[in-house]
Design a protein around this ligand. Sequence first.
Ligand code: BEZ
Length: 239
Amino acid sequence: MTEIQAAPAPTMPRIGDPAPAFTASTTQGEITFPADYAGRWVILFSHPADFTPVCTTEFMTFASLEDKFADMNTALVGLSVDGLYSHIAWLRTIKERIRFRDMSDVEVTFPLIDDISMTVARLYGMIMPGEDSTKAVRAVFIIDPKGIIRTIIYYPLSTGRNFDELLRVVTALQTADAFSVATPADWRPGEPVIVPPAGSCGTAKDRMAGHEEGVTCIDWFFCTKEISEEQIAEAIRVP
Ligand code: BEZ
């Protein structure tokens, strides 16, 4: 009888897991992750390689949105499996030479991790051997102020990320936490949010009868309420 032996599956963190801890050299000095970011949201993202065009457009876009993310109490940390000198030379070239859309003279001031050993990329499951065994794919981990992974998004090497979506997901997570709600398909701040289903028959009946202030129910499981953009902005303001 042939014995089938499965190779051990590579471990990958999942939504709801604590962000795996590491210490790394970056273009902004050493970081201890996620401890250095306690109390802040963080987007930890990987890119395949320095001096590649799609990554260059992504870095310029991340850098141009850094203040907007900071206003949402969200820090940026990049990673590729290149070394520090390559990172520094690439970021200098971006600043001195590259124009993309209306961006030029862009200075990247958030940390870019040196992961030439691939230690962090492997720890976070950023290497997808079927796509490329020596480069990290475009992974995005959104980690909350308690160090818990709340969102994981992967893009292939050929496709640059959608930054409207990254901003939208951070806003949606922060809104969900602040108001104990969920957000529907394609939600944008200012649109109605979903009120989680009632826990008891009594509450469901009250909701359906319109007794819960501000809550509109189309069916017992489908209730929404309005939260204004101003309420959201106030709730997610940097403490
Ligand atoms: C790029 O960023 O342009 C890129 C990187 C790896 C493979 C393909 C494109």
